[in-house]
Design a binder for this molecule. Structure first.
Ligand code: NAD
Length: 243
């Protein structure tokens, strides 16, 4: 039986690295991004496995789930990795605090980073239950402490996603569906802000950025039987930044 993973936000960064790790471990990966298809995605079956969808459009989530269902030929949805996320910045890359955050930004960020995930899980629950699947949500260090570059709406969305992860674990554990989160710190991707180098020197005991592949390996671990009794956890991948 083929093991499928649905991974959102695959076109760059952590998502990109996660596709590569999962494929190398024998998974079929269906990807979702806003873009039609990125030529950067040069892995086997990349074009055929891609589904274009805007997660900010909550009304379109049932259609996305139907499309996923139609692509599970000969296999089961053994993992759902909710990685897509947005972190809007102010002028010059500045942090958007409460005073700078209007209703449009609040709804865009909460819809993409939080609400779409709850709705996608709800739609795909029959498939995840059948597979006794694993849900992995990508939160952030900004969800549990004030971060100098991440904004208010982003931080609140990621704190909400940590709470949603516990709720999913509680509600769907009895069906054999596990839900966990991984919380990256400063990872080397395009989302990283100018000034991160200084932050890393001051605050990260390991004195370097993390790599997308290091994050991807933890996501993969949570999708496997090696993590069979891990449910409702949030694993911090931040080089000791909390220490
Ligand atoms: P990235 O910006 O490189 O990639 C984000 C992905 O999400 C892209 O593939 C994009 O197409 C997709 N996406 C964004 N909005 C979407 C929408 N409306 N619909 C569908 N897809 C959408 O980001 P990254 O650095 O790889 O981050 C991945 C995840 O990790 C995010 O959830 C982010 O918040 C989290 N994170 C990253 C860091 C870091 O240092 N890079 C730190 C903490 C948390």
């Amino acid at each position: 039986m083929l093991k499928y993973c649905l991974l959102t936000g695959a076109s760059r960064g952590i998502g990109h690295a996660t596709v590569k790790v999962l494929q190398a471990e024998g998974w079929r990966v269906l990807t979702v991004s806003r873009q039609s298809f990125s030529d950067e995605c040069r892995w086997p079956m990349a074009r055929e496995s891609h589904i274009q969808a805007d997660l900010a459009d909550l009304a379109a989530i049932p259609a996305l789930a139907a499309e996923v269902r139609s692509r599970l030929a000969g296999g089961q949805l053994a993992a759902l990795v909710n990685n897509a996320g947005i972190s809007p910045k102010g002028k010059g890359g500045g942090r958007l605090g409460v005073s700078q955050t209007g209703v449009d930004i609040w709804s865009q960020v909460l819809n993409v980073n939080l609400v779409s995930i709850a709705l996608l899980v709800r739609e795909l629950l029959p498939e995840l239950t059948l597979a006794k699947g694993s849900i992995v949500n990508v939160t952030s260090i900004a969800g549990s402490r004030v971060h100098p570059f991440a904004g208010t709406a982003y931080a609140a969305s990621k704190a909400g996603l940590a709470a949603l992860t516990r709720e999913l674990a509680h509600e769907f554990g009895p069906r054999g569906v596990r839900a966990n989160a991984i919380s990256p710190g400063e990872i080397s991707t395009s989302i990283v802000s100018p000034g991160t180098d200084g932050l890393v020197q001051r605050e990260v005991p390991l004195q370097r950025l993390g790599t997308a592949e290091e994050v991807a390996r933890t996501i993969h671990f949570l999708c496997t039987d090696a993590a069979a009794y891990i449910n409702g956890a949030e694993i911090h991948i931040n080089g000791g930044q909390h220490a």
